[in-house]
Unconditional design. Structure first.
Lengths: 262, 265
């Protein structure tokens, strides 16, 4: 509870910083939104030519993409500092400051900065999901809503866990290599039914870097693709497992942290 | 305009990037991931089909792969760098130099691209070649014309980035703008999907825009689908758009420079 109210303060503080220039902020949100809309261009143009992708209709792919944006949008709001963790916190020595405060270090790192514009991705994704839900006349019970919420939380957790683990590497290695970009690009794999990939990539996306559990598998339940129901049931398990792994790895990193002394 | 200082800018950019060469190893993986995603999508779409539009499956994979391979060459971050120059105040010192700011940026980007050609484009091409079945250029003639067309890929991309970067004079953060440009260029340049696949109206609009020169035009030349008269038209378009965009950048920067406020620095 204390963490929650502190999160509120962090967020309000950051909003104030960003809204110091409201015009700029609006343009920034608007242009980001234009980018998100343009990112649907590929699907749109593709399905102008073909009617299905291995048995998946345009609307179904929209749904997967939309759900992916919902989770990814929230993740992007929170992940801003993770990418710069090695540079900002370890190399510049800001992590010393974090260690001095009586609050979980990961909590501080994640919530010190937000990419507020990315709420537009969340919103766009939600609009797309609602549109498809309506268009395909998918069933909607209170349970479905609860499950959708749960799946969203799991999706965000999986993304956060994976990228926390990658950031943790900065505790041991001077991160000049940048392992995050290729992994970030792999999120795109999750936007399509895993069945289109070969066995190797299916395995990778499910069990090594589980992005399929953050976007494709969660949607199969809502899209009535019951052949994936066992995977759907595993989503919370995978999310919880990766979260625990990420937290363990993080605290190991913190224990071994040596300040740069700057 | 003397050329010598610009060559020096290009050389220094080349040396600077050499220090960060490790980044390019993971960059190769990133591009492999990108190509793989589209490989599998197209594979699923071509199942049971000989060809889609004017492309066979092999041609489509070649199109997508070579598209990403040349992206390793023409890509640059001029927009981000200008925004940074302005945000951090380096711009003040840079403007005192007796050189043209736009050409200085383009020269630096050229130095980077020259570096990428050897350290990034070639290894990425080799890695992709090992995994995916690519076709060679249609002919020696096409290959040479393709290489020439890459000059316009680079110039159009650089000039566009300069225009976007200059917006940073008026805005505090152009990250949203950069994002919008990123996705727009990805689609309208034909990187992800050939422009000839577009719905009629969108295809027509794209033909009137410079983005096609970045990806679609060189790729069609590579595959021998643009030849003869169409080849000549492509080069004229490339030249014309380069002049227009660089001219626009020149005008915009001169206008923006009078509005420039440097915070500290």
């Amino acid at each position: 509870m204390r963490h929650l109210s502190i999160l509120g303060y962090y967020f309000a503080q950051y909003i104030k910083v960003r809204l110091a220039y409201p015009g700029d902020f609006l343009i920034s949100v608007f242009t980001s939104l234009a980018g998100t809309v343009a990112s649907f261009g590929f699907l749109y143009i593709l399905f102008h030519r073909v009617s299905s992708l291995q048995g998946w209709a345009f609307e179904e792919l929209l749904f997967i993409y939309g759900f992916n944006l919902v989770c990814l949008g929230l993740f992007n709001v929170l992940s801003m500092n993770l990418y710069e963790f090695g540079e900002r916190y370890i190399m510049e020595g800001r992590f010393d400051q974090i260690m001095l405060r009586p609050l979980h270090s990961l909590f501080q790192v994640i919530f010190e900065a937000f990419r507020i514009e990315s709420f537009q991705e969340f919103a766009t994704g939600l609009v797309v999901v609602v549109y498809v839900w309506h268009k395909l006349d998918l069933p909607l019970t209170p349970l479905d809503l609860v499950l959708f919420l749960l799946m969203t939380i799991c999706g965000v957790t999986i993304y956060l866990s994976v990228f926390v683990m990658l950031s943790t590497l900065s505790f041991w290695f001077e991160d000049r290599v940048g392992v995050s970009p290729p992994v970030f690009n792999m999120i795109a794999f999750g936007r399509y039914p895993v069945t289109i990939y070969n066995v190797f990539i299916q395995f990778l996306l499910s069990w090594i870097i589980p992005f399929a559990f953050a976007s494709f598998y969660p949607t199969t339940y809502f899209l009535q693709r019951h052949e994936f129901s066992s995977f759907f049931a595993l989503v919370p398990v995978v999310a919880a497992t990766f979260l625990v792994l990420a937290l363990i790895l993080w605290s190991r990193g913190v224990r071994g942290y040596q300040s740069t002394g700057s | 305009m003397t050329v010598t200082p610009y060559i020096a800018f290009a050389r220094i950019a080349f040396l600077k990037i050499l220090a960060y060469r490790l980044r390019y190893y993971t960059g190769i993986v990133t591009y492999m991931v990108n190509v793989s995603v589209y490989y599998f999508i197209w594979k699923a779409l071509y199942r049971g089909k000989e060809s889609l539009g004017e492309f066979t499956f092999e041609e489509m994979i070649t199109y997508v792969s070579v598209g990403f391979i040349i992206r390793t060459f023409y890509f640059n971050n001029i927009d981000r760098e200008i925004a940074n120059d302005i945000l951090l105040g380096h711009i003040a010192a840079k403007m005192t130099r007796p050189v043209n700011y736009q050409w200085m940026n383009i020269a630096q980007a050229a130095g980077e691209s020259f570096f990428r050609l050897f350290m990034f484009t070639v290894p990425t091409a080799l890695a992709i070649l090992v995994v995916f079945p690519l076709r060679a250029p249609a002919s020696l003639h096409s290959a040479l014309a393709f290489l020439a067309a890459l000059v316009f890929s680079f110039m159009v991309f650089a000039a566009l980035n300069f225009l976007v970067g200059t917006c940073a004079v008026y805005l505090h953060s152009i990250l949203g703008l950069i994002r919008a440009k990123y996705f727009l260029v990805e689609i309208l340049s034909g990187l992800l999907i050939p422009i000839s696949f577009f719905p009629e109206t969108l295809a027509e609009i794209s033909r009137w825009l410079p983005f096609q020169l970045i990806s679609f035009t060189p790729l069609m030349i590579y595959m021998g689908k643009f030849q003869g008269e169409q080849l000549v038209t492509s080069f004229l378009l490339g030249l014309g758009w380069t002049l227009v965009l660089v001219g626009l950048g020149h005008w915009f920067w001169r206008k923006a420079a009078t509005k420039l406020t440097v915070q500290g620095g």
